[in-house]
Design a protein around this ligand. Sequence first.
Ligand SMILES: C[S@@+](CC[C@H](N)C(=O)[O-])C[C@H]1O[C@@H](n2cnc3c(N)ncnc32)[C@H](O)[C@@H]1O
Length: 205
Amino acid sequence: MQNFQSKDPMQPGFWNERFETRFTPWDKGGVPQALQDFVARAEHPLVTLIPGCGIGYEAAFLAQSGWDVTAIDFSPAAVASAKAAIGEWGKHVVEADFFQYHPARPLGLIYERAFLCALPPAMRLQIVQRWAALLAAGGVLAGFFYLDDTAGRSLKGPPFSISSAELQALMTPYFELLEDHGVDDSIPVFVGKERWQVWRRLPAA
Ligand SMILES: C[S@@+](CC[C@H](N)C(=O)[O-])C[C@H]1O[C@@H](n2cnc3c(N)ncnc32)[C@H](O)[C@@H]1O
């Protein structure tokens, strides 16, 4: 069992320690099938932001697919690991804090994987509101959500699971749900509790 100094996932140091020691149990090591299917179905490439990208396999995949993608992470060790892992596509990975970052171009897509569940539940409203602020009406948030509707679900994390009802309540002031289905290529940490969802930004009320 690893004994880490940093216990606060709100701090870059928490993630630095884990990337530096290669303790990254959330890392899929590749591009999830549902994202590949989404890209294959898309009518045209979308300007895409990946918050909290980690190694950023998806950034490499989207860039290779001709999409305009920027992947951000506030952990210098994560960014260094990404740049080492994805070679020439590493130029799409930028060290930045999601809550401060301003995209250079209007976004069509925000891609979510293991970012919402990485931060403490108290941050959820801020994350959803930041997603909403970054997308104009019609813009899309798509990705993977770590859901758990069982009564005895663990409140310890990361990863922090969220109930379907809480996610719905947080999202519906800003987004409408377009797609929602199970995932059959989850890594062990998320297996059985991961869903692919696509949410469309509503016009501001
Ligand atoms: C559990 S990891 C997931 C990484 C990646 N999305 C994946 O699927 O493998 C969470 C990542 O979010 C990053 N992160 C946490 N808070 C952040 C913030 N405020 N701004 C940018 N990145 C952040 C961490 O550094 C870490 O790399």
